[in-house]
Design a protein around this ligand. Structure first.
Ligand SMILES: [Zn+2]
Length: 264
């Protein structure tokens, strides 16, 4: 497109040519001028057509962009819906705050023995024997056994005392365990990716340790014979009862900040 100055200049020149034509009739160079005029108007015509098309494309793009924005919100809603339904169907939650449950250990000189292994410390990260470590532990697709991987904790103490023949285990520890990361809920308990013992009742012979002191917990997982420095409680039944009452009381104390998690 010509600038305004150019257009002005051309208009002045055209007026001058018309003046000379009216004054002198046929002028030399008019054929070349006609060719140039025609070349310009054919280009101008194409330019106008393209400009109109450009305008049409621009407005079509703008309306498509607006539609894409609306559809993005719809897609976002669908994605969140799928995730929410999957979590609800599989009773799974990523817990920003810990989910609490109970576990038993057999107490030995060498450490606190879980069902499958000695716990090297009061904190444990789950691995999957069949599929190795990944972000999805504990698995929920049934490929790593009926119960599946992850660290299992019971919702209440009672079933643990009946499920395991506690008198045959001998020295026993009962812990309140906080699960973090991915947590899968079952009827009687939870499976989690990360577990930390936050309170422990542990017997060694007639000695009984009850503690929720993090340092003391670290020490006893490191060396269970420290329990032998604790007070004695005469019968096994009394020791079990004291452990149960202690960890349940610790769980109640922590309940205000775990309720939110359980409601998720
Ligand atoms: Zn697994």
């Amino acid at each position: 497109m010509l600038g305004i100055e150019n257009a002005q200049r051309l208009a002045e020149l055209r007026a001058a040519v018309r003046l000379y034509q009216s004054r002198y009739g046929d002028l030399a160079g008019m054929i070349d001028l006609a060719k140039a005029n025609s070349a310009m108007s054919s280009r101008q015509y194409r330019l106008d057509k393209l400009a109109a098309e450009h305008q049409r494309i621009k407005s079509e793009m703008a309306s498509l962009e607006a539609e894409v924005e609306r559809i993005e919100r719809w897609v976002e809603f669908c994605l969140e819906d799928v995730i929410a339904r999957a979590k609800a169907d599989h009773a799974e939650a990523w817990s920003p705050t810990p989910v609490l449950g109970y576990r038993l250990w057999a107490v030995g000189d060498d450490g606190l023995h879980g069902v499958k292994m000695i716990w090297p410390s009061r904190s444990l990260t789950a691995t999957c024997l069949s599929r190795g470590g990944d972000q999805e532990i504990p698995h929920t697709d049934g490929r790593c056994g009926r119960l599946g991987c992850g660290i299992y904790v019971a919702k209440t103490v009672g079933p643990l005392y009946t499920e395991f023949d506690v008198s045959s285990i001998g020295n026993l520890a009962l812990g309140l365990v906080a699960l973090a990361g991915k947590v899968v809920e079952h009827d009687d308990g939870y499976r989690g990716a990360e577990a930390t013992v936050v309170a422990l009742g542990a017997s060694f012979g007639e000695h009984l340790l009850l503690t929720s002191d993090p340092e003391k917990l670290d020490d006893v997982f490191d060396d269970p014979t420290l329990i032998l420095k604790e007070r004695t409680v005469e019968t096994e039944g009394e020791r079990l009862l004291e452990m149960e009452m202690f960890v349940e009381e610790e769980a109640r104390r922590a309940t205000p900040w775990t309720l939110e998690t359980n409601n998720e």
